[in-house]
Design a protein around this ligand. Structure first.
Ligand code: ATP
Length: 458
């Protein structure tokens, strides 16, 4: 979509997406029948398809199709010593919280500058900063750790305290030796994982952008120190290629090199990939060069040798790490926002999601022109059954409700790229119409050719 068009729509774009997601089964408010649970969201039938496809596409690309990346699926709850060693239980993984003394609203101190159009560093506390909601006086910032705690076993006592992982990354370092011993990889190689992460965010919100429970896709890519720059560039290119393949316009994504002093202390280079969300330019993905900080630290804390031994020279050292990281939910949100289209006016108005066919929850919808003509219904059912078992696992749906116009409208709104309609001519010559979502144009195709046609298109 042209940037200008997008700008005009931006004010209510989020509302439209949230409403479409609820109405059409992508994403529902969590625990809804009990009044909800603040900022929790449940993926519905179409949302889970989109999300699973994103994850599968990621896994196929970065794990299965590469010989240098190995997947793992670690436990959500890990020994608390992991989080002590990684620094997550310390001050580093804490946001500064301020509260308004008048209206008692809470804010992340580092975000206040953005809210009031007045950016300042966490370190220089501005005593004059007022509550952006009511103008009241704010408390001094205090550190608020983001780790989500629970207890293992029946007794809720200190010894049984554990934390839900705040990122998937640490499990890759913790399993570094296991992967090394079992798979015998040579540098450079990566360990990858997708899965849930939990953060007790102070200011969750903006739909699925910032949640307390979310999903990540991460790779720790182990390299020799001297090659880190090349590998960093490689992953930067891979992230951009990935964004393009999601159907997200790269013009809406900005690569921000985080300057010295604002990066985590162990990182020598960090790049944020920020997306133009309707509520501001915010992080979509990240890429960091973490040096050998993690392996070195975990070796120190665990007492286990986490070095790599060069098979040719026998030299032992801690590999350095490049970490590309992707949020699953932010991917889904960016895809929905970026592919949302409105065309036409009045009764010609059309809303559609221009999803790449490989991401669409359904790739083809098959229906009869008239739902009360048994011959048409039967023929449509036959085509539906046949397309469901193609060798390339086409995702097919059918719809017998309403009239044909309403069915097209409904499929457009959920991003189904093609609709196949069985009409009276079909009964004579075994051809159907195939309607394209983006152009609304229809062509006639022989039923016998559909399998090959969609195979090529998908
Ligand atoms: P932010 O600055 O927005 O808080 P972050 O820098 O803390 O993000 P990372 O720790 O780099 O995020 O996490 C990696 C990725 O996980 C992010 O790029 C984002 O896509 C996703 N992510 C992080 N926090 C959340 C959250 N609360 N809800 C949804 N996705 C998240």
């Amino acid at each position: 979509m042209q940037n200008v068009e997008r700008k005009n729509m931006e004010n209510d774009l989020m509302d439209k997406i949230v409403s479409l997601c609820k109405r059409r089964g992508f994403i529902f408010p969590g625990s809804e029948i009990y009044g909800g649970l603040a900022n929790s969201w449940d993926y519905g039938p179409l949302g889970v398809e989109l999300k699973n496809t994103i994850k599968q596409m990621w896994w196929d690309r970065f794990v299965r199709s590469r010989s240098d990346v190995f997947g793992i699926d670690a436990a959500l709850l890990m020994n608390s010593k992991v989080w002590e060693a990684s620094g997550h239980l310390g001050a580093g993984f804490a946001d500064e919280l301020v509260e308004c003394k008048k209206c008692h609203q809470r804010f992340r101190f580092d975000e206040l500058g953005e809210i009031s159009d007045f950016r300042f560093q966490i370190s220089d506390l501005n005593q004059n900063q007022k509550c952006p909601e009511c103008g009241g006086e704010l408390t001094t910032p205090r550190k608020f750790n983001l780790m989500l705690k629970t207890f293992l076993g029946p007794a809720e006592e200190k010894a049984n305290e554990v934390y839900f992982r705040p990122e998937t990354a640490q499990a890759m370092f913790v399993n570094f030796k296991n992967v090394l011993d079992t798979m015998r990889p040579k540098l450079p190689f990566g360990i990858a994982q997708t899965g849930k992460a939990f953060r007790n965010e102070i200011t969750p919100g903006n739909f699925i952008f910032r949640m307390r429970e979310f999903e990540q896709m991460e790779i720790e890519y182990f390299v020799r120190e001297e090659e880190w720059k090349d590998r960093f560039d490689h992953w930067q290119d891979e992230i951009k290629r990935w964004i393009g393949d999601l159907g997200v316009d790269l013009a809406h994504v900005h690569e921000i090199d985080i300057p010295d002093g604002e990066r985590a202390h162990y990182s020598k280079r960090t790049m944020d990939f920020e997306y133009d969300f309707p509520f501001g330019r915010k992080e979509l993905y990240g890429l960091a060069y973490r040096t050998d900080f993690d392996l070195r630290n975990h070796e120190k804390a665990s007492g286990k040798n986490l070095k790599y031994r060069d098979p040719d020279t026998n030299e032992e050292f801690w590999p350095h790490v490049i970490e590309p990281t992707w949020g699953v939910d932010r991917s889904a949100l960016a895809v929905l926002l970026d592919t949302y289209r409105e065309t036409g006016e009045g009764k010609d108005k059309r809303v559609y999601l221009k999803l790449p066919p490989k991401l669409a929850p359904y790739q083809v919808a098959v229906f009869p022109l008239l739902a009360n003509k048994p011959q048409l219904v039967e023929k449509a059912q036959g085509i539906y059954n046949k397309l469901r078992v193609t060798s390339y696992e086409l995702r097919v749906t059918t719809d017998m409700r309403g009239n044909i116009g309403k069915r097209y409208y409904a499929q457009d709104e959920i991003g189904t790229p093609w609709c196949v309609t069985v009409d009276f001519q079909t009964l004579e010559d075994d051809t159907v119409t195939v309607r394209d979502r983006d152009t609304a144009e229809q062509i006639r195709k022989s039923i016998a050719d559909l399998d090959a046609y969609f195979g090529e298109m998908v």
